[in-house]
Each structure stands twice: as structure tokens, then as C-alpha cells.
Write a protein that binds this ligand. Sequence first.
Ligand code: AQP
Length: 337
Amino acid sequence: MKTILTGLRANSVFTIGNYLGALLPMVRLAREHSDDYNINLFVPDLHSIISEVDGGDLQANIVRGIKYYIAAGMPLGKNVHIYRQSRVPAHSELCWILNCVATMGEMNRMTQYKEKSEGKASVNVGIFDYPVLMAGDILLYSAEYVPVGEDQFQHIELARNLAMRFNNRYGEVFTVPVSTAEQVKFMGLDEGIRIRDLLNPEKKMSKSTPAENSKIMLDDAPERAAKKIMSATTDSVGKVKFDMWEQPGVSNLLLIEALVTDTPLQDVISTWTGETRYGDLKKKVAESVSEMLGVFQAKLAEVSDEMVYELLESGERYANEVANVKLHEVQKCVGLR
Ligand code: AQP
């Protein structure tokens, strides 16, 4: 059976960027395909520690991260596997082997590394190397489809390159994930999703950005989220047009409105193009986001810790079984067994 796999770092509360760009597409795919695909959802807790864990409580964040998936409507059938990366040691072991296949040249080109290390006097090696760990996360389970936001596409391409290079060198061991263009098609999209920072819409919305008004968190009170939308940066053009280059703030609002209300983007664009009162657009988006958060938060409150730990127990048993078989195969190929 083919595998669809995704992970969201549990280093803090998620933003609506994480929710709309990765969590919701995965939930949709799981709903469509959980009868005939393995659906692997994991918490990349080893990735979490490459940056400081906000709130200092990684365990609580992990449990909350899994609750997010459930609250977002993830089906919990027999083919859905939920696990923590650190409970499957094969991830770290495969990462080391892949480190010996990856090159400094390709790693130095990773945009996320450049962005995350920009302006810092000292950068940990984990920030540089985590795309290799991510490649291992994918290749261990022979996942062909990896729904992620647009910012992670370069890492999917890296995973493909490492898989192909390894296969050329040692034999056909890894399933190569499909190209990012095909990933997008599989998600039913025209292009990858990138929700922008509300104050600085040239940048993506990130949980680690310090400015509170730049991002909407999934635990924001609906009224607070509405205020953040109302204070979002727009532009001085004075007329709504969907153009991420010329009018990124306004275009970001249109994209959020489409995703939050599950309306085709083209329909939202047609409704608002030419509108001169940005305030009206903001008001509508603020209402939609508040409503979405209210419904989501009510569902979240119904998910118990016990439910999460039960899912983890069976998910981690499954993940270790599958990952150990693949790791053993890899170790044999490189001469370690
Ligand atoms: N702004 C975004 N728009 C669309 N998708 C996004 N994702 C993140 N930000 C956006 C997607 O969310 C998934 C999980 O991301 P992650 O937490 O593993 O790491 P990240 O990409 O580094 O997310 P952040 O919010 O930017 O975290 P910090 O600030 O901690 O670095 C991925 O699929 C990602 O594409």
C-alpha cells in the first residue's frame, strides 16, 4: 500500500499558516485516501529541538500537536498511524547514513537554512542538517506523497535527490517521493500554499516570528485574531487585485479567505477584485477566521490526552516495525550488516 506522510514540528502553538498550508491538506488527503493508503502523521520532535522550544514544555506541545490533527478532522481508521519521531530510533540512524550521501554544496543551498541562520552569530548544526533528517523521515516509510507548505518544497526535492543518489550507488532501496509539481496536483491545488506574515507580507507567517500581530495562532481568542487581521499590512495601491508580488498583503488576505471558507480562490478573487475599501475585505476575512477558530477550538477541547497516548502506542509499534525493516535493508547495502 502506498504511503502519504507529513509531520509538524511541535515547538509551539501552530499558526494558521501551519494549519492551512499543511494540516488541513493532510486531513483532506486522509479523508479521501485512508482506505487505500497508509496515512503517516508524525511529530518531528527531534526537529523541534533545533530551535528553542517556546513555553519550554516539549511534551505538552507534542500532545497538543496531535490534538490539532484530530480537531481538524483527521479520520482515525486502521491505516492512520500517529507517532513521535524520537520514539523510532531508525530516523536518527538513517539520518547519519544519508549525511554521508548528501553534499555540503546542496545543503548550503537550502533556503530555510539561510533564513533561519540569517543575522545569527552562532547557528547549531541541527538547523543546517535537519533537511537530511527530514529526508530520512520520508524514505524510511517509502512515502510517495508528502503534503507540506511551499516553504518545504526544496526539502522534498532534496529527499528525492538523496533517494536517487543512494539507489544509483547501492541498488533500488528507496521509493523516490513524487516531484513537488505532482505533490501539488495530488493535493488538488494549482500551486503550493504559503500564508504570509500579516505585518510583513513579503515573508511567510512563522510561529517563531516574535511580533504577535504578524501571525494568527490556533489558540488565539477569535476576537484577538480578528483584531490582528484588521491591523494587517496592505498597500497604497487602493484597489484589490490578487498579485503576490505587487500587493502581497491584500493577496494574502484573499488566500486566507479562500482557504478558511473552503471557497475556490478564483471565486474569492472575482468577488473582491476592484474593491477600493480594504477595510471591508479585512472585516470579511476577520469574520471568517474568527468563526473558523471558534469551531476548531471547540473541537480541540473535546480531545483528551488519553486518546492521544492510545493512538501513539499503536502508531509507534507500527512505525518501528516498518522503519526497522527499511533501515536494515539500507545498512546491508552500505556494508554495515
Ligand atoms: N506560512 C505558511 N504557509 C503555509 N504552510 C506553512 N507551513 C509553515 N508555515 C507555513 C507548513 O507547516 C508545516 C509544518 O511546519 P514546521 O512547524 O515543521 O516548520 P516550519 O516550516 O519551520 O514552520 P514555521 O511556522 O515557520 O515554524 P518556525 O517558525 O518554528 O520555523 C510544513 O509543512 C510547512 O511547510
